[in-house]
Design a protein around this ligand. Structure first.
Ligand code: BJW
Ligand code: ZN
Length: 248
């Protein structure tokens, strides 16, 4: 239920958004929760694979130690994702892209649901689960075109491929983070949607936006370490709250 206090907060955010020329949005797993994608943290439901927490199976060390097991984990998740659809939060953000002279959507998600909703030029800070990358020559291929062999074999050099995602202890894709920092720095309004704001360097982007003078808005059912720096907090599911901000 939306309380009277929440209605006032929504109005305040809506006014800032509609007055803005440049908007920066950072999303995390929570934006896809209403589509059925499990989040990593929160709700006591941390992602675990065969007794291994995600920060272990989704780590650079695990790719070196046991690439087939990493593929088993990602194949399981591809299976979950293949039936899922974008929700009203993804669709609202896709509509926003044409409403401002500058609009940047950066996501930590690897599920491709923003693009499925129609968002263009999404900055995928942690890569994409549908892409495989050669561990030798960096060639990339759509996982769906590689057949069933695990690990898949590079079409260019015949070496093994890995999921093209950023695991713990790995660098973000060259250039993407820098472009996100530039967009955050010059934004008038910054939305942080569905992220626990714990994983760096992505979690530093709202701080960059705030230092640059942006009006900082968090959309999340739970408080995060970022909450105290926010100018407004919309407490609840993104799929219910974002559509209330207009541009329908
Ligand atoms: C809803 C909702 C609804 C629910 N609506 N909301 C500084 C200090 C300490 C450590 C570090 C540091 N800088 C870097 C590090 C190390 C590390 C790190 O940050 N560790 C921290 C955990 C302490 N970072 C890295 O390793 C990064 N690389 C790096 O820094 O490179 C330089 C380097 C190289 C070598 C050595 C050292 C440094 C890379 C991080 C890559 C993260 N990868 C993952 C896995 C991707 C692949 C996979 O999917 O398997 O990315 S981890 C995982 O967390 C995933 C996510 O993108 C990421 C963020 O999670 P997110 O999206 O916030 O989800 P949750 O689940 O945490 O939160 C969901 C939220 O939604 C909750 O708040 C809910 O309340 C909310 N919610 N329903 C709205 N309906
Ligand atoms: Zn190769």
């Amino acid at each position: 239920m939306t309380s009277r206090l929440q209605v006032t907060e929504i109005e305040r955010v809506r006014e800032s958004l509609h007055a803005a020329h440049s908007v920066f949005v950072l999303t995390g797993a929570g934006v896809s929760a209403e589509s059925g994608v499990p989040t990593f943290r929160g709700g006591g439901n941390a992602a675990v694979w065969k007794g291994m927490p995600f920060y272990e199976i989704s780590s650079a060390g695990m790719v070196e130690r046991d690439l087939p097991e990493v593929w088993a984990w990602f194949d399981y998740r591809l299976g979950v994702l293949s039936d899922l659809k974008p929700n009203p939060a993804h669709k609202t953000l896709a509509r926003w892209q044409d409403k401002f002279s500058s609009f940047t959507l950066a996501t930590q998600n690897i599920d491709g649901l923003h693009q499925a909703a129609g968002s263009r030029d999404v900055y995928e800070l942690h890569g994409n689960v549908w892409t495989a990358r050669c561990i030798e020559c960096d060639a990339r291929s759509d996982v769906r075109r590689l057949g069933a062999a695990r690990p898949p074999v590079c079409l260019d050099c015949r070496n093994p491929m890995r999921p093209d995602v950023v695991l713990f202890g790995e660098m973000l894709p060259v250039g993407v983070f820098d472009r996100a920092v530039d967009a955050a720095r010059t934004a008038e309004v910054c939305f942080v949607v569905g992220t626990s704001a714990l994983v760096y360097p992505a979690a530093s982007l709202p701080e960059v936006a705030k230092r640059g003078g942006a009006f900082l808005v968090e959309v999340n059912p739970e408080k995060t370490p970022l909450t105290e720096y926010c100018d407004a907090s919309l407490r609840g599911p993104a799929g219910e709250l974002l559509p209330l901000l207009g541009f329908e």
